[in-house]
Design a protein around this ligand. Structure first.
Ligand code: FAD
Length: 436
């Protein structure tokens, strides 16, 4: 017996942070009959990467609801008050919280919502007689609209594919894998935040005492996330709307050059790391396995070597190749968007020009739809909406845009006032002429 009888106005597939924001905002709109299905037993957020000391890269005020509905009961501030920790939290004097606490907040929201159903992996979605039919292994559900929110999948470099297993794995499975690094030569591949956290935790013996740890990064150095205020303007609704409107052929060049705005190591973590490496190397006598930082290098090949592996590395700084011997290779090589398998029956009706879902400004997928039957997609639009799309920064705004479009009226007021930066073409007289 299913909790969700009849035809849903919206079925969300996946209940990660992106669809959870939709679910939390829809909770205050009883006229919209929505349900969200997730294959996990309960809410969790990248549990494989929940490493000690991991901090959020976005402010806790950019939670599931606050930017568009600050009076919602599902705000981070209400979570703090409900847990009786508001005053103690305030004395932290920081909006940068741990990923563990943000997960606790999101789990609290998920536990309080009635429109989520876990243990419900969607196997297939079809469109029959004017409705979407979602099938799990043992149930089916009918909906008028969909929101695809099943996230991204781990990206593995091609050369590592034949070797994946106990001693060569993507970092996203670290906590499930529970590797034993004791006595092993460890290679951490990938120079982003995850690479940094895995490198430091390996050195600190979280998974046993390795015999050595090397950290390989394709980036020219171990580079900081750019958190400066003008760069943060890329994570505003005004910028995303302007970005969506430019020619698609220009977009890739722009997102490539903005990489460090979303994909570097937080400056505070870099400072901590540097201090620790310095003091442990020169001042304290604490034991630490030998380590090596190898930026400006690309992993380009991998072979079996004895009980371990030989990694072929291309040195982009001096132009040449190097070899590294490792017993365990941890791939901190990011995530990529793949079309979900459950969409297969709908693919012939979906516009996949340029190999991607084509997304409208309200995150609607372009497909041969009858009127009032929309497929929305979240975390699937780096190519259309820009670098903010895979991030939490605009989570609530994105969800509110979708809800306004779904309801066909402006339930959430999303207009913005004066902009600090004008991104769009200016065809008006200068400000001084305006004033005159
Ligand atoms: C370690 C890590 C830390 C991050 N930290 C930050 C940060 O601090 N700030 C920031 O802005 N961004 C951060 N990000 C980026 C981004 O916010 C996250 O990746 C976020 O989890 C994306 O949310 P999502 O809902 O799109 O996807 P996911 O979190 O991947 O959730 C997708 C959900 O869909 C479910 N699912 C998959 N297939 C099916 C199916 N067939 N049927 C039903 N359910 C299914 C999954 O079980 C999962 O629960 C981080 C990313 C990572 C990997």
């Amino acid at each position: 017996m299913t909790r969700f009888e009849g035809s849903l106005d919206l079925a969300g597939i996946g209940a990660g942070p992106f669809n959870l924001s939709l679910a939390a905002l829809l909770d205050g709109i009883p006229t919209c009959n929505a349900a969200f299905f997730d294959n996990k037993e309960q809410f969790s957020w990248h549990p494989g990467l929940m490493l000690p000391g991991a901090r959020m890269q976005t402010s806790c005020l950019k939670d599931l609801v606050t930017p568009v509905s600050p009076t919602s009961p599902w705000s981070f501030l209400n979570f703090l008050v409900s847990k009786g920790r508001f005053y103690d939290f305030m004395s932290l004097e920081s909006f940068v919280i741990s990923r563990q606490e943000f997960t606790e907040y999101m789990s609290w929201v998920a536990a309080g919502l009635q429109n989520l159903q876990f243990n419900s992996g969607i196997r297939e979605v079809s469109f029959e007689n004017g409705s979407f039919i979602l099938r799990t292994n043992d149930q089916s559900y009918t909906a008028n609209n969909l929101c695809l929110g099943t996230g991204k999948v781990p990206h593995l470099p091609e050369c590592t594919l034949p070797f994946t297993g106990e001693n060569c794995f993507h970092a996203s499975s670290l906590n499930n894998q529970k590797p034993s690094l004791t006595g092993k030569r460890v290679a951490v591949i990938g120079g982003g935040q995850t690479g940094a956290e895995v490198f430091m935790n390996s050195l600190n013996g979280l998974w046993g005492a390795p015999s050595e740890v090397v950290w390989v990064s394709r980036r020219s150095n171990f580079e900081p996330l750019d958190e400066s205020p003008f760069t943060n303007q890329f994570f505003t609704p005004a910028y995303v709307e302007a970005f969506h409107s430019i020619e698609s052929s220009r977009k890739r060049t722009i997102t490539d050059r903005q990489k460090l705005a979303s994909d570097g190591i937080t400056p505070s973590y870099l400072n901590l790391m540097y201090e620790e490496l310095y003091y442990r190397s020169y001042v304290e006598e604490a034991s630490m396995p030998p380590w090596n930082l190898l930026p400006d290098r690309t992993l380009c090949g991998m072979n079996k070597s004895g009980n371990g592996y030989q990694l072929e590395i291309s040195n982009n700084f001096q132009q040449g190749s190097e070899h590294i011997e490792a017993d365990c290779v941890i791939l901190c090589t990011g995530f990529e968007y793949k079309l979900p398998e459950y969409l297969e029956p709908l693919l012939p009706s979906i516009d996949l020009s340029e190999g991607n879902l084509q997304l409208g400004s309200n995150f609607q997928v372009q497909w041969d739809s009858p009127a009032n039957r929309n497929i929305y997609a979240v975390n699937a639009g780096l190519h259309s909406h820009g670098i903010a799309e895979p991030q939490l920064s605009l989570n609530a705004w994105r969800a509110a845009k979708i809800i306004n479009n779904l309801l066909d009226y402006e339930h959430f007021a999303l207009g913005h006032g004066r902009r600090l930066i004008e991104w769009e073409k200016q065809n008006k007289p200068s400000l001084s002429q305006n004033a005159a």
